[in-house]
Ligand binder design. Structure first.
Ligand SMILES: [Zn+2]
Length: 443
């Protein structure tokens, strides 16, 4: 029972082909020294951390798991996803503002019920693990108990989760609105309970500018200023109708991003989902602040929101990470997300390499979150958040894998053809938290 017994004190060794990054790959580079490919290596885990990567097999003091021919990667980091929205994933027929009203808000309102919020959080996190995602920046709902439920479930699983109570005090249904006083009290209590507890961190969470009054945005900014270790997450310039609405609501602001900047919500720990309809001045401001864009290609395609200008963001020096944005996005799989990101860039006559995509889903996201020493890489000292992958599943992918000439071709085919069926096992802080085939546990 080495799988179940692989607790934080156990010594576990995984054998396979190790793939991660030692740096950031450049745009368009299919050959880059940033890629770290260590085939036929052993990854040694002790006390929940990676302690060594070596070519030689360790001695019998280690529980050895042989995954020869499989790939071992850092767990994925999903930098923008909504835990209460599994109930509305794949909902037909609307774009952003209608979609929120028709599908999303009713699903979120059900989280006023604590047992529902708890069951929903558990389902969500287990689904993330079953897709190879071990860390995430998450929107629960406006209800404080939805935040408690999510953090509590993440703590049980040992996951690295950034989240916070969603702020909405206008332009939302009655059962999803808070107000400034209630929001302040609830946030202070939640921050006290969860921020910095184990692997959890609090994010001041503004749904988006239209659903918060200027007074509530100012409150959010005050909290960020009072504690720079807090994250901030929100949506930015996702869809043209939304951008026009923000211009009406905040005529004094230079741009949508400027609404957040003026409230003190643009800083190095800010995570802005989408950022499609930006001006050069916005990109420059994001870069200066050290804020990141959580690019959510599946959601952008599904809701018809627009094509993200990754190249322009990169040229301006903005950090870009990858995100599923479920339930606007249609899969929790970061492989499906990377494949969609490639297609979005193709429509803009750009080419996204497998390296650029994979880096944005691992090391790049970790560094943008200020967590590069803990997650996103296979390095001694990092948390043992790692996944074992089958490079090809099914006859088509197997054939493509077989005839691929380079590592980039193989990884690109995996990213384009693969999904959660390719995932063999997920480790979180050295504990096996998901295994595709239960018989593996007794190997
Ligand atoms: Zn979203």
């Amino acid at each position: 029972m080495s799988g179940d017994a692989a607790g934080v004190s156990a010594r576990v060794a995984l054998h396979g082909d190790l793939l991660d990054f030692g740096g950031a790959p450049g745009w368009g580079e299919v050959e880059t020294p940033a890629v770290r490919w260590r085939p036929d290596h052993w990854l040694l885990i002790e006390g929940g951390r990676i302690v060594s990567v070596q070519a030689e097999a360790p001695d019998e003091g280690w529980a050895r798991h042989d995954h020869a021919g499989r790939w071992i990667l850092p767990g994925f980091i999903d930098t923008h996803v909504h835990s209460p929205q599994l109930d509305v994933i794949a909902s037909y027929g609307t774009e952003l503002l209608d979609w929120l009203t028709t599908h999303t808000f009713p699903a979120e309102a059900r989280h006023a019920d604590r047992p529902h919020a708890e069951a929903s959080a558990a389902l969500f996190l287990d689904a993330m693990l079953a897709h190879g995602t071990t860390a995430a920046v998450v929107f629960p709902t406006v209800h404080a108990q939805s935040v408690d439920a999510l953090f509590s479930a993440a703590e049980t699983r040992g996951m690295r989760i950034v989240a916070g109570k969603v702020l909405m005090d206008r332009n939302a249904p009655d059962d999803l609105r808070d107000d400034v006083d209630v929001a302040e009290k609830e946030m202070e209590a939640l921050i006290g309970r969860w921020h910095g507890k184990g692997r959890l961190a609090y994010a001041v969470t503004v749904r988006f500018a239209p659903t918060s009054t200027p007074a509530q945005l100012a409150l959010a900014g005050r909290l960020c200023a009072a504690d720079p270790s807090l994250y901030m997450q929100t949506h930015l310039a996702e869809n043209r109708a939304e951008v026009a609405w923000v211009r009406e609501l905040f005529p004094e602001a230079r741009s949508y991003l400027d609404v957040y900047a003026r409230a003190g919500l643009l800083h190095a720990r800010s995570v802005f989902a989408h950022g499609i309809w930006l001006e050069d001045a916005d990109r420059a401001a994001l870069a200066v602040a050290g804020a990141q864009i959580a690019h959510s290609p599946s959601s952008n395609l599904f809701l018809g929101s627009g094509l993200f200008g990754w190249r322009a963001a990169e040229a301006a020096g903005v950090e870009v990470s990858l995100a599923t944005d479920v339930g606007g996005g249609t899969s929790l799989s970061m492989l499906r997300t990377m494949a969609d990101a490639y297609k979005v860039q193709a429509l803009a006559a750009e080419r996204l390499t497998a390296w650029k995509a994979l880096h944005a889903a691992t090391r790049g996201a970790a560094e943008a979150l200020g967590l590069g020493a803990e997650i996103g890489s296979i390095e001694a000292g990092a948390a043992a958040d790692v996944c074992v992958w089958e490079p090809a599943v099914g006859p088509v992918a197997a054939r493509r894998h077989e005839v691929a000439r380079t590592l980039h071709e193989r990884v690109f085919a995996w990213m384009t053809l693969g999904d959660d069926r390719n995932l063999v096992e997920t480790y979180v802080a050295g504990r096996s938290m998901y295994v595709r085939d239960a018989s593996l546990r007794s190997e």
